[in-house]
Each structure stands twice: as structure tokens, then as C-alpha cells.
Ligand binder design. Sequence first.
Ligand code: SAM
Length: 458
Amino acid sequence: PTVSPFLEPGLHTKPRSLAILQLSRDNLLPIYLQEASGEHDGYAEGAVVNTRYGSFPHSTMLNVPWGSQIRASKVDTGSRGRKRKRGPKDEASRDDAEENQPETTDNNTNATEATGVKQAVADDSGFIHVLPPTPELWTQSLPHRTQVVYTPDYSYILHRIRARPGSTIIEAGAGSGSFTHASVRAVYNGYPSSAEDRKGKVFSFEYHEERYHKMKKELTDHNLDGLVHLTHRDVYNGGFLIDGKSPEADAIFLDLPKPWEALPHLSRRKPQTEAKEGEEWTSPLNPKRAVHICTFSPCIEQVTRTVSAMRRLGWVDIDMVEIANRKLHTIRDRVGLHYQTDRGVNVSPHDVEEALERLTEIEERVREQAARPRGGEDGAEDADTAMKNGDDAAKKDGDKTSTAEQPPYQTPWVDGRLITKGEPEIKTHTSYLVFAVLPREWTEEDEAAAFAKYPCGK
Ligand code: SAM
């Protein structure tokens, strides 16, 4: 299959590929790039993305390196109601238009409405960037169908449940697919050649029918079909087997309102509460590995019930973590006006007037010093006198005369102090993460096999 752009985006944008347009720092727009065939939206250029930063025909975003800056174009907005086909003439004028692109654009301003313009031509009003899809960008831009798991949480979760290339993960519910995209990248180890192929895979479950269908389509659009196996099921009642067979999961992530109702299905043996006497029972877990789980619950009451169920079902190393993600802003204080006084004290002026006064003073001193005879006896004498007078500034000047490279004063335009500030106190609680491990079972047969392989003491 074509490799998912989330896993191997290549170097350039491609037709029909998902791209994430960065309109401004936190404003991301996912689109599927379309080739201009004259059939799109009535625009001569093919499909066009209209934003407050200007209009961007898909044709200007195709076959460019990922990360490219795309400038706004004046497009044939006159054709919005009257479809116009793209022809060879359009091709030629499109090239002209490209030549007319401005060298640089400074900032994103509102697009100028273009009327009566036949083709996409460079417009100096704004720009965007075209970025390759990543789970992080997808999380920020995906269509929300539910609450989603965000990057600070899922990066920690995937690390704790030991997701790595080749792992098999069970996930429920799929919701909006935010965690799904991150987890499939974590376990990706090439596309499995068959259903039995045990290359890294995510087995995802969702019981809400509409969400299931939307997610299914998304997975197909993102070329993730062979890597994410999505099942429409209520896991509290139906468990996690696929056509009666075990997915042999190494790791589990439950983002469900009642994880404790799903846990009995995630045992190694038939739990007492489950299935009738004599009925065969298959575990969905990998029998050869310790299995790592994470459950994601917003309320502490859910955590208590989950932990209690885990203890009863033999899970060990149970602990809970809350991720309190805070952005740190690092800035320079009073950029460009921080200076050292004559006595070597670092000072930042408090207002513009003071700053100007200081600058004039410093400039005067620098001028004076430049006019003074350099080196030799004079300089030494200067420094001598200055030291006798206890004049620190003059002492500096004297030093300068003896070691020519040192500037007399710290340059007045050096950057200000580095200051790092946290965000103001804001509620960042998303959910409580409960982690646990279910050790692998060790049978008499396992012991015999291990002993046969590594006989010790004999
Ligand atoms: N982790 C997802 C993400 O990052 O986008 C969000 C999951 S959302 C909060 C919870 C989902 O679990 C919902 O879509 C809901 O329909 C589904 N769900 C709830 N109970 C379920 C059950 N018993 N079986 C399967 N899915 C269930």
C-alpha cells in the first residue's frame, strides 16, 4: 500500500496527500491537496483555500518541499458562481504569475479581494506554511468528535506502556483518533504482509456507530488501514478478541468512562465473573510478555474503582500520574538597553529618557577615548593617575590602552537578562493516568523449555 504520510511523508507535497496548513502559530488547517483539473469549486486554478491571510490555490502548494512558505495569490474570484475550465492559456499565465511573486512578505494581513483577475497571481498580502502531517499537528487540527488525548499526555503514556516498533497495542475507545495516530507511529515497523503478520499494530475499538464510520474513513484516507484494525464494538460486553482470535497485545490504553468494566476481558485466564463453566476462553494478551496498561480518567472516583479492579485481577506496580503541562516563556528583559555602569554594575534603564541619557553619555565617553592618544607611556600614565584617583571608569580606559582588544565599556546594545516565566496559573487537568503491569505467566512447560535451552548447573 501507499505509505501513510504520517509515517513517511517524503520530501515534497503530493497530490491527494493530507497536508497541514499553518495559517498562524496556533491556527492549523488540514487539507487534501488536489491537482487542478478545472473541476474544483469553480476556480480556474482548481481548489483554493481562502483564509483571512489571502487565497491559496492548491496548485501553488503541490510538489513543493514540506515546510515551504506559500504566498497568497490573487485568484479568479469572479468565477465563483460561473465555472471556468483551466486551459493551456491558463498554464502560461500561471507561469507569469509565479514570476511576479514578491521577494518577501513581512506579515500576514487580510487578503485583498481580487475581482476580474483571470488567474492566480502573486499577492503581497500574506503567506502560510505547508507542513507534513504528524500526530502532533493532527491532534491540534483534527475534527473533534469527542474529548481527545493531547500530546503531553500521549507522549508520556506511550513511553510508560513501552510502545515501540513492533508492539501490538489495544486501544478503546477510538473517539476522535488522536491517540490512535500517535500510537500507530510509535509501533510502526513496516506494513504487515498479512493479518497474521505480527508487525506493530493498533487494535482499536469504538462502540459509537457514527464515530466508528468517520474514523474508519479517516484511517483509509490516511493509509493507515493495514496498521490500525478498527472494530465497532462495546468492549464492556464484547471484549477484545478479533474473530475469536487473540490480538496478543503487549500494551493497552483505555480511554473509557468505566475502565473497570473492560478490565476482566484483559486477563490472562478466564476471570471468575466471566463466561460460563466449561466454555473456552481466550486471552487477548501476549502470553510471552509482561503487559503494560494505562487508563485515562478525569475523575478520582473512576481511578479508585479502576485500581481496585486491577488489584483483584492480578495487576502489579499500579500507580497514578497527572500530567500538569505548563509552557515556559523565555524572553530577554529590556532588549538592547542593558548596560554596565562605570562601577561595573549591571543596570537596565527604567524608561526611554533614561536610556537615551545613558546612551548619549556612553557615546561621549567612547568618542573621548577614541580621541585620546593610544598605547605607550601616555596610556600607562593615564591608568596610573586614574588608579590613584580611584576612578574605576578611567582605570578601565587605562586597561584598554595596555590590552588593545578589550572594549572600554560593555557594548550598550547587549541583550537584556534572560527571563523565564511560567504561564499564569491555569487549570490544566485533563485526566488521571493509571499505570499497571500484568506479569507474564510462567508454566511448568515454560520452565522445562527454558531449562532445555539454557541448562544450568549440569
Ligand atoms: N482517546 C480518544 C482520542 O484521543 O481521540 C478519545 C476517546 S473518547 C474520550 C471515549 C470514546 O470511548 C468515545 O468515542 C466513546 O464512544 C467510546 N466508548 C465509550 N464506551 C465504550 C465502550 N463500552 N466500548 C467501546 N467504546 C466506548
